[in-house]
Design a protein around this ligand. Sequence first.
Ligand code: PRP
Length: 183
Amino acid sequence: MEAGAVPGRLGRVLIARQEVAIRVADLGLAIRRDYAGRFPLFVGILKGALVFAADLVRAAGLPSSLDFMGVSSYGSAAQSSGVVRLTADLSVSIEGRDVILVEDIIDSGRTLAYLRRNLGTRHPKSLAACVLLDKVARREVEVAVDYVGFAIPDEFVVGYGLDHGGYYRSLRDVVVLDPNPAD
Ligand code: PRP
């Protein structure tokens, strides 16, 4: 979808805000336990992970730092070509750091695979990935995910950072976009 075009119509709520909050708190707690005594660097992947990353770092409640990277896939929005391009790089070195990649959603797995390869060459002490939504049925490449919020069906979802043509990122619930809206 072209940015600025009329957005799709909202369908049913897939994950209500209360469920999201509970699960994010769980993920934060798991990370807090796993990284006790360390000072991890959370890396949010723009733009979709902005909301999740902001909540996750607070849920973890660790002494930590937060940075962001931007990536985009070539090809149409509906069908990614699988070629991932870096649009904004980190502002800090990750050498020797415990890095936790934070993604809103994993679909084909190509973005996360690219990020793991890219960041892996920078010699972090460790590299983990935390993904809120996992569209398991869409996976094309195998990639390790250390923390998963929800496995979801193959439906287009928006909200809690996820968009359709730039719209709906600010919704508090994760909502299915109606594929056949009545006119
Ligand atoms: C989404 C998501 C991941 C990627 C996952 O980003 O944030 O980065 O797609 O798809 P994949 O597993 O098939 O690679 P999107 O392209 O929607 O950009 P945005 O985060 O800026 O909205």
